[in-house]
Design a protein around this ligand. Structure first.
Ligand code: ADP
Ligand code: GLC
Length: 470
C-alpha cells in the first residue's frame, strides 16, 4: 500500500472555492481503488475543525509562525484528514483566502507556509505512524513543501507538484524569506526568486520530483511564453518531469440518476425536460421548450472570458442562466444585464450548480485559458451540451460538432477559437441552429452522457506516478 500525504488549501465538501476542492476531495476514493491511501492535510479553518470527527492530537508545535499550533488526525466527511489547528492563522470564517474586505489576507504566504512546514515535518517522519511515501502538493499554497524538504536536507519522501492554475504564483516579498522557513540562499534564480519577489509556486516547480498539471494540452501550453505566466522557461527545462493528467469528476456526487439536489432525476435526455421547465420557472424565464437555454456556472474572473460573453448578450439566440461570484465589476455588469432572457444569479450555491447542469441546454465555458475545467465535464454527464473555447483541458474533453465529427456520430459539444465576441457569437448561433435539429441534438447529448469522465483512468495514472516515486 502506497501512502500519500495530499496538501492543499481546499477539500470538497469541507472547503471549496473552485475545482481544486473537487479534485482533492475526489482523489482519495479514486486512488483507494488503486491501492493508494491518501491522507489530506488541511488548514484548521473553522469549517475544517467543525467537520472533524474522532480527532486525536498527533503533534504539538508550541510556536508555528508566531503562535501555538497542534495537528489533529481524524476523519471529516468520510475523508482521512490531518487538520492544522492554529487559531492565529486560520480562525477566520468564510472564504479561505479573502478577508471581509474582499482582499487577500496579507499574511496568506505565511498561513500556507506554516501548512507546508508541517507537511515537510511529516515527510521527514515527525510522526512515525504518519510518514508518507509521497507528498502531493497542490498549487502555490503547498508549493513550499518540496523546497523545504530540499533546503532542510535529510531523508525525504517523493514529491509531486500539481499545477491547477499557473495564474496564481503565490507571491511574497523577499523580506518574508525567514518567515517562510527558508534560508537566505534560497532567494536565488535557481531557488524561489521570481521577478524580484518570492513565488511559492516556483518553489514547488523548482524542487518537486515530478510536476503534473490537469490536462495534456495545458501541460504543453504552459511551456510557451503565451501561457507560461513567466514560468515557461523553468517548465521547459523540467519538461522531462512534467506531464498532464486529465481531471475526472466524482460520478457519485454528479450523477443525474441519483442526484438529491434535482427535482426530477433522470438517465436519458428526455428526463431533463421537467428540470429545464423548473429552472426556467425558478429564474423567471419564459417556460418555452423551443428556446435554447444557455448557462454559465463559474467564478467571475478574467480567466473565464465572461466579459466576452457580456459583449454577446444583445445578440444571444436564446435564454441565459448565469451562476457566479467573483470580480465586483463583472458581478455588477451581469446584475445590470438582467432581462426577460437573461437571469443572473450572483452567489455561490452548490444546489443551483447541479440544477443548472440538469436544466440548461448548453453550458458555456468561454475561458481565456483553462487548466482543465470541470463544469464542462459535469455538463457532459448531465446531458447539457458544452460550448467551450478551444484551450487547455476544454480542448481535451469536448469533441467539436464539426461536419466530420457529426457525420461520424462522435461529437459531444462545440469548440471555438480564438476567443472574440464575434467567434463566440458565431458559436452561440451554431449551437442554437443544432438545437433546432432534435435528432442531432439528442445524439450530442447521448454521446456526452456516455463519455467516460470518471476518475478511473486518471487515478491509474496518479497511482503509477506515486509508485514510481515511493
Ligand atoms: P475553477 O476551478 O477554475 O473555478 P472548474 O471548472 O475546475 O474551474 O471548477 C469550478 C467548480 O466550482 C465546479 O465544481 C463548479 O460547479 C463550481 N462553481 C463555480 N462557481 C460556482 C457558484 N457560483 N456556485 C456553485 N458552484 C460553483
Ligand atoms: C483550477 C483551474 C481549473 C481546474 C481546477 C481543478 O482552478 O482553473 O481549470 O479544473 O483547478 O484542477
Amino acid at each position: 500500500m502506497t501512502t500519500v500525504l495530499s496538501v492543499a488549501a481546499e477539500l470538497y465538501p469541507i472547503i471549496k472555492t473552485g475545482g481544486l476542492a473537487d479534485v482533492t476531495g475526489a482523489l482519495p476514493a479514486a486512488l483507494a481503488a488503486e491501492g493508494v491511501m491518501i491522507r489530506s492535510l488541511l488548514p484548521g479553518y473553522p469549517a475544517a475543525l467543525a467537520a472533524l470527527t474522532a480527532a486525536t492530537p498527533v503533534l504539538d508545535l508550541p510556536d508555528l509562525a508566531g503562535g501555538p499550533a497542534r495537528l489533529l488526525a481524524g476523519t471529516a466527511a468520510g475523508l482521512a484528514v490531518l487538520v492544522l489547528d492554529a487559531p492565529h492563522l486560520y480562525a477566520r470564517p468564510g472564504n479561505p483566502y479573502l478577508g471581509p474586505d474582499g482582499r487577500d489576507w496579507p499574511d496568506n504566504p505565511i498561513r500556507f507556509a506554516a501548512l507546508s512546514q508541517v507537511a515537510a515535518l511529516l515527510g521527514r517522519g515527525a510522526v512515525p505512524t504518519l510518514r508518507p511515501d509521497v507528498i502531493h502538493a497542490h498549487d502555490w499554497q503547498a508549493g513550499l513543501v518540496p523546497a523545504l524538504l530540499h533546503y532542510h536536507g535529510g531523508p525525504r519522501p517523493g514529491t509531486v507538484m500539481t499545477v491547477h492554475n499557473l495564474a496564481f504564483p503565490g507571491k511574497a516579498p523577499s523580506a518574508m524569506l525567514a518567515d517562510l522557513f527558508l534560508p537566505p540562499h534560497a532567494f536565488a534564480i535557481d531557488g524561489v526568486e521570481f521577478f524580484g519577489a518570492i513565488s511559492l509556486l516556483k518553489a514547488g516547480l523548482q524542487f518537486a520530483d515530478r510536476i503534473t498539471t490537469v490536462s495534456p494540452t495545458y501541460a504543453a501550453e504552459i511551456q510557451t511564453q503565451d501561457h507560461g505566466m513567466g514560468f515557461d522557461g523553468l517548465l521547459r527545462r523540467r519538461a522531462a518531469d512534467l506531464s498532464g493528467i486529465l481531471n475526472g469528476i466524482d460520478t457519485t456526487v454528479w450523477n443525474p440518476a441519483t442526484d438529491p439536489l434535482l427535482a426530477t432525476r433522470y438517465s436519458t435526455p428526455e428526463g431533463r425536460t421537467p428540470n429545464k421547465a423548473a429552472l426556467q420557472r425558478e429564474l423567471g424565464l419564459a417556460e418555452d421548450p423551443a428556446m435554447p437555454l444557455f448557462a454559465v456556472v463559474s467564478r467571475l474572473t478574467d480567466q473565464k472570458g465572461i466579459d466576452i460573453l457580456l459583449a454577446c448578450l444583445p445578440a444571444l439566440p436564446g435564454q441565459l442562466a448565469l451562476l457566479g461570484t467573483g470580480e465586483r465589476d463583472l458581478e455588477a455588469a451581469f446584475r445590470a444585464a438582467r432581462s426577460p432572457h437573461v437571469a443572473p444569479m450572483i452567489g455561490y450555491d452548490e444546489g443551483h450548480a447541479h440544477r443548472i447542469q440538469a436544466g440548461a441546454d448548453i453550458l458555456l465555458v468561454p475561458s481565456r485559458f483553462e487548466p482543465c475545467g470541470l463544469t464542462q465535464l459535469y455538463a457532459l454527464r448531465y446531458g447539457a451540451v458544452p460550448l467551450v473555447a478551444r484551450v487547455g483541458g476544454l480542448a481535451d474533453t469536448v469533441i467539436d460538432a464539426n461536419p466530420a465529427a457529426l457525420a461520424a456520430g462522435v461529437a459531444t459539444g462545440f469548440q471555438f477559437a480564438p476567443l472574440t465576441p464575434e467567434t463566440l457569437a458565431a458559436a452561440l448561433r451554431q449551437a442554437a441552429a443544432r438545437y433546432a435539429e432534435p435528432a442531432t441534438w439528442r445524439r450530442l447529448q447521448t454521446n456526452g452522457m456516455a463519455a467516460d469522465v470518471s476518475w478511473r483512468a486518471p487515478a491509474r495514472a496518479y497511482a503509477a506516478l506515486y509508485r514510481s516515486l515511493a
